[in-house]
Design a protein around this ligand. Structure first.
Ligand SMILES: [Zn+2]
Length: 164
């Protein structure tokens, strides 16, 4: 477990909900995702007939109804499509983890695929729509939970105000 809970001068940090809360019930359609995740590989299902990505995984392609699917590995980078800051613990197990940030992450390399995930390792004030992020993995027992943090190589530039 990283020690990212200390608040630096950059403002209130996004905290990390415990990965032990993850309760997986993989089925034939989602098991490939979690098997790859256990190897810290982010994969997305893609229709083998028409090439349309489908997430969440399911038995039929929404575009052509094919059941044939290929799993494509993606880089794990993406951008914040939307997010919210949770400041109330909906269950007692989250009491020590607030505030945390839940984001909808649009993945690079898989058009239309978005994942819901915690955004960590960042001041909450730095989270914004369009922020470049990258996946990070947390192993808990035999599964790996994905989260996202601001991408190291594309840290947001200094805020630029309107031209004077
Ligand atoms: Zn299709």
């Amino acid at each position: 477990m990283r020690d990212e809970q200390a608040a630096p001068t950059g403002g209130e940090m996004a905290r990390t909900p415990p990965a032990s809360l993850a309760q997986l019930s993989p089925d034939a359609w989602t098991e490939p995702f979690w098997l790859a995740a256990a190897e810290h590989r982010l994969t997305v299902p893609c229709c083998a007939s028409c090439g349309t990505y489908r997430m969440p995984p399911g038995p039929f392609c929404a575009a052509c109804r094919s059941q044939d699917v290929d799993w494509h590995e993606v880089s794990g980078t993406g951008t914040v499509y939307s997010y919210t800051v949770a400041r109330h613990a909906l269950i007692p197990e989250l009491a020590g983890s607030i505030p945390y940030v839940v984001g909808v992450i649009e993945l690079d390399g898989a058009p239309g695929v978005r994942l819901v995930a915690s955004i960590i390792d960042t001041p909450i004030a730095a989270v914004r729509i369009g922020l470049a992020v990258e996946v990070v993995w947390e192993d808990v027992e035999e599964i790996s939970v994905y989260r996202f943090r601001p991408a190291a190589v594309s840290a947001p530039a200094a805020v630029s105000g309107p031209a004077a």
